[in-house]
Every structure is written in structure tokens, then in C-alpha cells.
Design a protein around this ligand. Sequence first.
Ligand code: IPD
Ligand code: CA
Ligand code: CA
Ligand code: CA
Length: 270
Amino acid sequence: MRQADRQALYDQAKQWVLEAGEAIRTSIHKPLRIETKSSPNDLVTEMDEQTERFFAQHIHETYPEHKVLGEEGLGDELDDLTGTVWIVDPIDGTMNFVHQKQNFAISVGIYQDGVGEIGFIYDVMADVLFHAKRGEGAYKNDQPLPNLDERDVQLEAALIGLNNFWTTENPRVETKGIHALVRKARGTRSYGSAALEFAYLAEGIMDGYVTMKLAPWDIAAGMILLSEVGGITTRADGRTVNLLQNNSIIAAHPNIHEELYRDYIILKNT
Ligand code: IPD
Ligand code: CA
Ligand code: CA
Ligand code: CA
């Protein structure tokens, strides 16, 4: 993608992200219709759908040749990532949205032929926008984020993002490795929004994030942001992420990425 085209697309996407965030903020105290999807803990509200519809409609009207991959299924069905694809999580952290009315984000990643070009992670209630363009660095609002290698991170002194669920017996990952990681790292954190966890990695206030089975929209923007500051995202076995399916993920400061998948994340063969 030419730099001028990327800039124009970035400007338009940014306007929609901020507009969608404003709409959520203004209705945050209105009563919500809350439904469940795959399990009683898998929540969705009309605001998730309304926000995804907002993006899908605007994108399809303005850029008829672009495609949309969104969590709530209001975009397109994709078999590949050719062309320009917007990967949208209208609300990442729906449980936080419902229970806390804060700590959730809009996540938008724009890919060209499978290459991440533009990423936005908008912490709606804090009104903090993390954003990045490929090759042009990552920002928190107007503040450029420093490259991660400016800090010499070791696992003993690292903060690792980890959902407590993976410390309990589960079909995907050996708990003995996760337990060893919990003991080795300085601390673990669980924020309940994969997009915000990626943003915190890019900001350097967390050093690793390990989680099983994330969807493309959870990570599409975050991977772009993190790569712009020298962070690494792979599948939990070290392979390249596939944005057409769910992936178990290790995202981290470059000093500790390999150690995490080599010594601590032992996947089960399921
Ligand atoms: C969820 C959040 C959560 C992660 C889940 C995701 P949603 O996304 O990112 O942190 O642990 O796996 O599904 O459903 O709130 O958009
Ligand atoms: Ca969801
Ligand atoms: Ca999500
Ligand atoms: Ca979501």
C-alpha cells in the first residue's frame, strides 16, 4: 500500500473509531439487552452489534471493494485475506463492558493482502487511542511509543498477561508449564480485553501475554501495534499467526518470547 493511500485510509478509519467510541460513551448508562452466545459467560449486547454494523455499513459504502471480518458476523465471509480487509472487534472485553462499564476497547486492524497496515485500539471510556501504521511507529494518543529493546527485560522481572483460566486443568495447555511461569515471572495480570493487553505490551507496561484460542479480531490491531515497537507475536508453538482461524498466542518483548514458548507453554495435542 502506498504511503499516501495508507494515510488517507488511516484518517478515515480514525474518524470512525472515535465516532463509534463516542456513541458507546453517550449510551453507557442506558439499560442493555444482554444475551449469551457459546456459553453462559460468552456475552453479547446490542451495543456490540450496533457498533459492528456502524463499521460494516460505513466501510461497504465508502470502499465497496474492501472486506470486513468482524466478531458479530455482520461483515463478510472470508476464505482468504487478499485485498484490503478490515478486521473489527466492535467491543473487545464485553464482560468488562457489561460488568464494569469500562476497560473495553474498539479494535480495528486493516490488512492489505495479509500484511498489517493500520491498527487502532481505542480504550473508549478512558478516551485513549493506541494507533500504528506499518513502518511509521506506534502511538498512545499523540505520544510515540519507544522501541521495546530500550528496556532489558528478563522473565524474572517481567509482568505477564495471563487469564487465570489457563492455570486450571484445561484441554489446551499443560498447567505444570503455566504454574512454572507464574512462579518465575515477577507478576501476572489479567485485564479482560486481549486488545488492551496488546496495547499495554506495546506501551511497555507489560512484557508478555500468553493465551489460548484467540479470534482474529482479538489480535489483528494489536499485532500491528506491537510489531511497530519491536515486539513479537506468534502462535503458542512458535509458528506464524493465521488470521483466518483461532490461534493460541504468545506475544512478548523480544527478550522473553522464545523462552516463553520453549520452556513454559506446553500445548496438549487436541
Ligand atoms: C474476549 C476478550 C478476553 C479474551 C477472550 C476474548 P470479547 O473478547 O478479549 O480478554 O480472554 O478470549 O474472547 O468477546 O470480549 O470481544
Ligand atoms: Ca465476544
Ligand atoms: Ca474480542
Ligand atoms: Ca467483541
